[in-house]
Design a protein around this ligand. Structure first.
Ligand SMILES: Nc1nc2c(c(=O)[nH]1)N=C([C@H](O)[C@@H](O)CO)CN2
Length: 117
């Protein structure tokens, strides 16, 4: 099957396991690879046959901004759950990067694969 991707989606989040992290915003960068059959949209030219990456991006931003978070693993899991329930994606790889978490590292993050991938 084909894929639709979103790379480097920046969202400022309240996130972290320490009390001080719950008082600030830190940037998260989200990468998504989502399984989708793109042939139908290519044939029809209809956005309703496509997996709308703009709608997916808006969903991810709204989800992350909706509440404070602890582990970035929780963010990744909830994004994957929404891709299944709201967008009928059959499988996805979700990566959440938190570049300011470890000053000596360019970035740290987690990646999960859920469903048929
Ligand atoms: N696997 C993870 N490790 C750590 C996380 C996390 O979300 N997942 N979070 C932290 C802290 O919040 C850190 O970002 C602040 O220094 C530590 N390890």
């Amino acid at each position: 099957m084909d894929t639709v991707s979103v790379k480097g989606l920046k969202v400022d989040a309240t996130i972290g396991i320490f009390d001080w992290e719950q008082e600030i915003f830190q940037p998260l960068y989200i990468d998504l690879e989502m399984r989708w059959d793109n042939a139908k949209a290519a044939e029809s030219g209809d956005i309703h046959d496509a997996l709308d990456y703009a709608a997916v991006s808006s969903f991810v931003v709204e989800l992350i901004e909706s509440r404070p978070w602890g582990l970035i693993e929780e963010v990744a899991e909830q994004i994957a759950a929404g891709l299944f329930s709201q967008f009928q994606v059959p499988g996805a790889r979700v990566t959440v990067n938190k570049p300011t978490a470890v000053p000596a590292a360019n970035s740290v993050g987690v990646s999960i694969v859920r469903g048929e991938f």
